[in-house]
Design a protein around this ligand. Structure first.
Ligand SMILES: C[S@@+](CC[C@H](N)C(=O)[O-])C[C@H]1O[C@@H](n2cnc3c(N)ncnc32)[C@H](O)[C@@H]1O
Length: 545
């Protein structure tokens, strides 16, 4: 289902064929000259709304529907809705087919209402909408009230209302900036619940989540009215995204899909987020950005009770990634150049970046933002399911450890941080970006050299491994019996178990690892369920009145 990134891949291959290895150290202007020679590869003709394509995707959806593959059917109906020309009957039919799945098959009455409202009020849909209201009134909703069990449950910082009081930022040598606890926290404490201003989706996920806020809407989305590639959870997100970043993307979206490899789209998204925050005043943006790039910043100094996009942009722009990965740097230079050349085909971008100095600035700033976003973004690749990346200024300060003391759940554009094992005053708050030690992980999936205690080859690491060997090992049967076979639905029970195990010295032993694995999965499901209810409530607000 992914759109292949052939042109970008072809440019990467040509670089490898034509350029000697040491040219990877060249300035980005050399990259610009090189990639510009292959400009025809970047100049794919834009694909617009097209009813024939809408019909094709609807048929694919109908086929999946008959086979009861409802998620696949919804995905294809959404592609059909995106391709359908404005005000055409195909738009209405796409919504009608989608709403049938919600009403007849999934019992998602709030979501049917939004589809019904967005459709061209076909008589069939009017009747279905009335039935939905009746079903909702009769108590058939799947739920719109988030579960309180994973809500923030400690005192909050008055200036950062989504973060616990008693957390500060500190420099941690090789790891760079990180968060440190200034008080004790216990297992199950929810210490951060941050919504990201900036999200970026892979093409596959564009028909599942809102391109602006990242909400997972189980496909209850409305399309961009101009292009075929993005959808939104409602009019507000559609307008905001167009105002902030999508106005730069919309007319070159086909070309962008051809060059946006992995989660690189966050690079231009941050750049244009900044340009909008500077009211498109390129001279002011240049004056600020050039001397302040990667000088270091502390997002905890911002007042998030009145968040200001310009301040948010500045702390992200100033972030100082501390990585030394030459392969990544090479790909960032190629990506920044390809993005630059594609965006320069957009008349709006041309009208803002008129002089050579301004265009040069854009190219270099894209690279700066590529370095920052590739280090800071949360929510990594998820195989065939694509990915949603978020850039929350506070949560992205949390460093990695293969022996984490918190769990991060990134879902629906929100990041929750929940304490996994007791944290004491002075401890660094550490999450795991990759599978942790209990998954027999060797750190190889990380794109930096991990400096955590598990990966440490010196005395600290040896002490940690020794402690692990010393723990009492229980047979799997005994473990399963102890934790109730892993079938219990009680999240609180797992929190208590994990806390007791850590307190009684079972961490980092096998029993602790096995319990934590189940706790982690359970917690993840609970947070997703909570977000689904929140999203359903939002749909009800938009579509049900
Ligand atoms: C999400 S950011 C965390 C904040 C970052 N330390 C900063 O100063 O902006 C992730 C980056 O932090 C660094 N980092 C995080 N955990 C690390 C670890 N265990 N060992 C080495 N570097 C780490 C890496 O450079 C990584 O790309």
């Amino acid at each position: 289902m992914t759109l292949p990134n052939f042109p970008f891949k072809a440019i990467q291959d040509r670089w490898d064929l034509e350029m000697p290895r040491h040219r990877r150290n060249a300035d980005i202007s050399v990259y610009r000259e090189f990639v510009a020679r292959y400009d025809p590869l970047l100049s794919t003709t834009e694909v617009g709304k097209n009813n024939a394509k809408a019909v094709y995707h609807r048929k694919v959806g109908n086929f999946a529907y008959l086979e009861k593959r409802f998620d696949d059917a919804l995905w294809s109906y959404n592609r059909s809705i995106c391709f359908a020309e404005n005000l055409s009957e195909h738009l209405g039919i796409g919504y009608a087919n989608r709403s049938a799945i919600y009403y007849d098959e999934l019992g998602e009455y709030e979501k049917e209402q939004l589809s019904g409202k967005a459709a061209a009020k076909l008589p069939k849909l009017l009747a279905r909408e009335a039935n939905c209201k009746e079903r909702l009134a009769g108590g058939h909703s799947k739920g719109t009230v988030p579960l309180p069990v994973v809500d923030i449950n400690v005192d909050v910082n008055p200036k950062i209302p989504f973060m616990a009081k008693g957390i500060h930022m500190k420099e941690f040598g090789d790891m760079g900036r990180g968060l440190v606890a200034e008080r004790d926290f216990k297992t199950g404490d929810v210490i951060l619940d941050e919504k990201s201003d900036l999200c970026s989706l892979s093409f596959v996920r564009s028909f599942v989540e809102c391109a602006h806020c990242g909400s997972a809407f189980l496909n209850s989305l409305i399309p961009c009215s101009l292009c075929f590639a993005v959808m939104y959870c409602g009019e507000k997100c559609r307008e905001e995204d167009l105002r902030i970043t999508h106005r730069f993307e919309c007319s070159v979206v086909t070309k962008l899909l051809n060059v946006a490899s992995d989660n690189m789209m966050m690079m231009p998204r941050l750049f244009f987020y900044g340009l909008t925050a500077f009211n498109d005043n390129i001279d002011q943006m240049m004056k600020y950005c050039l001397p302040n790039a990667a000088v270091g910043s502390n997002p905890l100094e911002l007042d998030f009770t009145h968040p200001n996009p310009l301040d948010v942009f500045k702390v992200l722009h100033q972030a100082k990634p501390n990585r030394n990965n030459s392969n990544l740097e090479h790909n960032l230079k190629l990506s920044a150049t390809a993005f630059y050349l594609v965006f320069m085909k957009n008349p709006l971008v041309q009208s803002i970046f008129r002089t050579e100095a301004q265009r040069n600035f854009m190219l270099r700033c894209l690279l700066i933002h590529g370095r920052a976003t590739s280090s800071l973004l949360l929510g990594r690749e998820n195989g065939d399911a694509g990915f949603l990346a978020a850039l929350p200024p506070v949560a992205s300060l949390i460093n990695h450890s293969c022996d984490p003391n918190v769990i991060s759940v990134v879902n629906s554009g929100r990041i929750k941080i929940i304490v996994l094992r007791p944290i004491q005053k002075g401890d660094q708050i550490l999450t795991s970006y990759a599978p942790a030690w209990w998954d027999e992980h060797d750190g190889s999936t990380l794109d930096f050299d991990c400096k955590c205690v598990v990966c440490d080859r010196g005395p600290e690491g040896a002490k940690w491994r020794n402690a692990r060997e010393q723990k009492r090992i229980l047979s799997s049967e005994a473990t399963r019996e102890w934790i109730g076979g892993g079938e219990t639905q009680d999240l609180i029970k797992f929190q208590r178990l994990v806390q007791i195990l850590a307190r009684d010295g079972h961490h980092p032993g096998k029993l602790f690892g096995e319990t934590v694995k189940i706790y982690y999965d359970k917690l993840f499901d609970e947070v997703c369920a909570e977000n689904a209810k929140r999203n359903r409530a939002k749909v009800q607000q938009i579509g049900g009145n």
